[in-house]
Design a protein around this ligand. Structure first.
Ligand code: SAH
Length: 200
């Protein structure tokens, strides 16, 4: 499949947000996959990046980007940098806002940094650490790209007013849960997905 065909497929599957589709066209998924998968870079499924990690399925990435309701200027935390692909898509949409992304596997931090360089984006900070405890600052949006067994309630305090936390929760398969911080925390269940588990 070509990148244009992937965009068509994502539209067929229900992705309508033009900013998300434009970012996927611009931030080439080929830059983030292992060389041996180059021919599959635009196919709509996850690909291994080694170390028990994957670059997520494009549909899942697009679905999550839509659910995050990203706006220019947003300050975003991603837990699970992996290849850096999702972080770059977020950075492209929110620039001049900033993306902090954390990764626990040393080798993947290096892999992601190299991949990110190819995009020319400057508004991404990759941190080598367990991101599940937050970073001690507040964000407009927080997104986990690895599964939590329980709702990471400790991160609610790191959300700004009207902030959104998106997290796949569950042991073997996950429910994609979206939390919005208004006067209270509101929760929405966006359906079933499968992610690699968070590590500590
Ligand atoms: N967003 C990635 C896909 C990530 S796969 C992309 O676009 O390619 C999930 C990643 O979360 C893996 O790389 C895994 O190593 C990482 N991870 C697991 N537990 C973590 C933790 N506690 N803190 C930060 N990263 C973690």
């Amino acid at each position: 499949m070509s990148l244009k065909e992937l965009i068509k497929e994502l539209k067929l599957k229900g992705i309508i947000d033009e900013r998300v589709l434009r970012a996927i066209l611009k931030i080439d998924r080929k830059w983030f996959v292992l060389d041996k998968y180059e021919n599959e870079a635009y196919d709509d499924y996850p690909l291994s990046i080694g170390f028990n990690a994957t670059i997520s399925q494009p549909f899942t990435v697009a679905f999550m980007l839509e659910a995050l309701e990203l706006k220019k200027g947003d300050k975003v935390l991603e837990i699970g940098t992996g290849s850096g692909y999702n972080a770059c898509l977020i950075a492209e949409i929110v620039k001049p806002g900033i993306v902090y992304t954390t990764e626990i596997v040393h080798e993947l931090v290096g892999f992601a940094k190299e991949n990110i360089k190819k995009t020319g984006l400057k508004n991404i900070k990759v941190l080598e650490k367990d991101g599940s405890e937050g970073l001690g600052m507040k964000f407009d949006k927080i997104v986990f790209t690895a599964a939590c067994e329980e709702i990471p309630k400790n991160l609610f305090k790191n959300l700004k007013k009207n902030g959104i936390l998106l997290v796949p929760v569950g042991r073997f398969s996950q429910r994609m849960l979206k939390f919005k911080k208004n006067k209270k925390i509101e929760m929405e269940d966006l359906g079933s997905f499968i992610f690699v588990p968070i590590r500590h």
